[in-house]
Every structure is written in structure tokens, then in C-alpha cells.
Design a binder for this molecule. Structure first.
Ligand SMILES: Cc1ncc(COP(=O)(O)O)c(C=O)c1O
Length: 413
């Protein structure tokens, strides 16, 4: 099963045993990063072996941190379609644009890749209660996986969370606390609460070292779909953006395993209204400072103070010769519409990579011959209110043929 051997602090490099229950480094509070015996993995994992396994993140089980197979909690997460673009790519003159539709995950967002792992880890470690703070998608996902595992889940969300996400959390049976503040306020209160309750509850919030490992599967799946090759670019919506960090780690592992020979450039995309990683990137800084922020329709990306997650993202961007890009609210709407025209129903947060791609092409950073993957991270069903402002559903017509004739003529005129 897993080839997990230890955890390493990403700040001071201290090594901890794989059985540790600590979420952060006891010396410096750095994030912990699971390490694997890649020599062992090399002897069992080939593209042929992987292709014979069912499509889900667990296809890559040697590179995920769950050691006891019986503890795996799965709803079939991952293995989402990499769809060739038929509108946006050709409109930009880009020959090889793919959209990874991660809204096709079991609860409709990217979070299933990581929450499946953390729920499995909670079972393996024997916890009964699992918790997180969230802008909505993470909590909905955790609620589903906790239900599946028979765990109690406890979630903390801001009052700005879209109602569809709140309904989803409660429907799966999660215990939900809606706090009358914004996403940043929830993060601060949750961190304080967890300092007092961390022994009893399994915290699957921003510090959990195991959950992010699920995001490495972006690298594995994209490389597999592109015939054992990395694309030139991968663009991802970014809040704390461990997705970018772990995609980079995943490609590093594939390279060390001899499964790919190149790595992609990575783009982290944030809304202009809340773009701390972009601000640090533009200044050439190595650390991310908190920013003043405004509300954004990309609510999943409303994280003005990503802390050391942001620093790690900057590092992954630098190492991959990538970019951090900010997009305006109007551009997000445009990106969402462009995806709808491709037949991909995205929520605003999921759509930010499309205008970012346009910007990077206009600047000549992405070239027409490049192979690009835009990750679309959440389905439109997650945030119908934002969508209602953008589309106009026609009123009913009388139930008679003449009315149908009139309506269809008007529609097709
Ligand atoms: C749809 C969606 N995309 C992207 C993100 C951000 O992902 P990350 O935390 O890896 O930056 C979120 C976070 O809530 C989200 O809901």
C-alpha cells in the first residue's frame, strides 16, 4: 500500500516519525511534508500498473499516506476528465488547451481529492470527530467523507458562504457552525479554538500535513492523460494554494521515479480583490504578507492571509518558473461564460484560470504552441446565486402551440 516513511518539516527539515499525531513541527511550527520510499515505489509503480487500476486518486496509493488499506474512505474521487478545449483554445490560437473539470468530483469540487485522504487518515489514527474551517467546499467534502466513514464532522464557515454549499454540508449530516464574519475571521477563530481542542478532534484545516497529499494526484493524472508527459503550463485557482505546491511535489516524484522527463510551469490565480500571493510575487518577495481585501465572487479564494502556505506557493512558482496572476471580477464572469460555452458548468471560483490564461497569452508568457491545462475546481451548482446574476431564465409561456411558435421564433431570431 503506502510507501510513507516519515514527515519532514518544510522549514527546518527536522524529520518526524510517520506515526506522529503532530500537525506542525514541534521546533519551528513549520508545515510537515510526508516522505515516501521512492526506491520501493519505483519497483512497483509503472504506467502499465496504474492503467490497470480503477480510476480514482487511490490508483496512486503507494504515493499517498494511508498505510492500512481497510481505512481508505473513497467515493471515487479524482480521475476527473481532462477535456480538450473547443472554444477558448481556438479563440486564443492555442492548439493544446485542456480543461481539467474537477467539478466532476463526488461532492462537486477539488476538495474531494484531499478530504478523502484526511478522512481516511482520521480513521487510521482512530479519531471519532473530524473538523475544519472552510469557505464551503472543503466542509461539504468533509461532511460527505465523514458520513461515509461513520465519523462525526464539525465545520466552521463564514456567513458569506453560498447557501448551496451550506445545504450540502448539512445534508450529509455534518454539524455546522456558521460564524457571523468573513472567511478570514473564521480562520482566526478556528485556529484559536483548535489550540484548545486539538487532542480530541482531528483538525483537517490548513495545517494538516496528510490531507494536501491528495492534491499531488493532479500531477499524476495530468501526466498520465498526456501520455507520460508534463504540459508546459498548469493554471490553478489559489487561496492558500497547496494545490500548486503539491502539484509541483507530484511532478518531482514522477521525475524521480523516471515516469516523466519534464515538469510544467505553474500558475496560481487569485481575484484582484484578494490577491496576497500575487502581491508578493509582483514585489519579488519570498514571503506573503496579509493584504487589504474586498469581497469577491470567487469566494473560495477569499484568503487575505495565507501565511506559510502562501510562502510555499511562491516557492513552487519560482522553482517552476511559473507566475501568479490576478483577475478582476468582470474577468471572472467572462471566464465563467467562456467555460459554459465549452459545456463546462463552473462556479466563479473555478473559472479564474481562463482569464488568467488570456492575460498570460497577451503578455507573451504563454505561447500559442504551448500545451496548457486550466484546472476548473468547482461545479456551478455550488453557487447558484452568483450565476443567477449572470443568466436570465425565460418566463413560462401559455400551454398552446401558437405560444410555442411565438417563443421559438423570438429565441431563434
Ligand atoms: C472551488 C475552489 N477552488 C479553489 C480553491 C482554493 O484551493 P487551495 O486552498 O488549494 O488554494 C477553493 C477553496 O476553497 C475552492 O473552493
Amino acid at each position: 500500500m503506502s510507501s510513507l516513511i516519515s514527515l519532514t518539516c518544510l522549514k527546518c527539515r527536522q524529520e518526524l516519525p510517520k506515526t506522529t499525531r503532530l500537525l506542525r513541527c514541534p521546533q519551528c511550527q513549520g508545515l510537515l511534508d510526508p516522505q515516501y520510499d521512492l526506491e520501493r515505489v519505483r519497483s512497483v509503480l509503472t504506467w502499465e500498473t496504474v492503467a490497470r487500476r480503477p480510476r480514482s486518486i487511490w490508483r496512486w496509493r503507494e504515493l499517498l499516506p494511508i498505510e492500512d488499506e481497510r481505512c481508505v474512505i473513497s467515493l471515487g474521487e479524482g480521475g476527473t476528465p481532462l477535456v480538450p478545449s473547443v472554444r477558448v483554445g481556438p479563440a486564443f490560437g492555442l492548439r493544446h488547451l485542456y480543461i481539467l473539470n474537477d467539478g466532476m468530483n463526488p461532492t462537486g469540487s477539488l476538495k474531494d481529492r484531499s478530504m478523502a485522504v484526511v478522512a481516511s487518515k482520521a480513521v487510521e489514527l482512530g479519531y471519532r470527530v473530524i473538523t475544519c474551517d472552510s469557505s464551503g467546499n472543503k466542509a461539504a467534502s468533509l461532511s460527505a467523507y465523514a458520513a461515509r466513514a461513520g465519523l462525526t464532522s464539525l465545520m466552521f464557515c463564514p456567513s458569506t458562504t453560498p447557501p448551496q454549499k451550506l445545504l450540502q454540508i448539512v445534508a450529509y449530516g455534518g454539524r455546522l457552525v456558521i460564524i457571523d464574519t468573513d472567511r478570514d475571521g473564521v480562520a482566526r477563530l478556528y485556529a484559536e479554538l483548535m489550540q484548545r481542542r486539538s487532542a480530541e478532534w482531528y483538525d483537517s484545516g490548513v495545517s494538516n500535513p496528510f490531507r494536501y497529499e491528495g492534491k499531488k494526484t493532479y500531477a499524476y493524472e495530468i501526466a498520465e492523460a498526456l501520455g507520460a508527459c508534463a504540459p508546459d503550463w498548469i493554471l490553478h485557482p489559489a487561496a492558500g494554494s497547496m494545490s500548486v505546491v503539491k502539484t509541483w511535489k507530484g511532478f518531482g516524484e514522477l521525475e524521480r521515479l523516471g515516469l516523466v522527463h519534464t515538469k510544467p510551469r505553474l500558475g496560481a490565480v487569485q481575484p484582484e480583490n484578494c490577491a496576497p500571493i500575487v502581491a508578493a510575487y509582483r514585489k519579488g518577495a519570498r514571503t506573503v504578507s496579509p493584504v487589504e481585501y474586498l469581497p469577491t465572487m470567487a469566494g473560495g479564494l477569499s484568503m487575505p492571509n495565507p501565511g506559510d502556505l502562501g510562502d510555499l506557493t511562491l516557492q513552487a512558482i519560482r522553482e517552476s518558473d511559473g507566475a501568479a496572476v490576478a483577475v478582476t471580477e468582470d474577468e471572472i464572469v467572462w471566464g465563467m461564460r467562456a467555460l459554459w460555452e465549452e459545456g463546462i458548468f463552473s462556479e466563479p471560483t473555478g473559472a479564474v484560470t481562463i482569464p488568467a490564461l488570456r492575460g498570460l497569452m497577451e503578455q507573451g508568457i504563454i505561447q500559442r504552441g504551448d500545451t496548457v491545462v486550466c484546472i476548473v475546481t468547482g461545479t456551478g451548482f455550488k453557487d447558484l446565486h452568483s450565476l443567477e446574476q449572470e443568466v436570465c431564465v425565460p418566463r413560462p409561456v401559455p400551454a398552446k402551440l401558437s405560444a410555442l411558435d411565438e417563443a421559438t421564433q423570438a429565441l431563434l431570431a
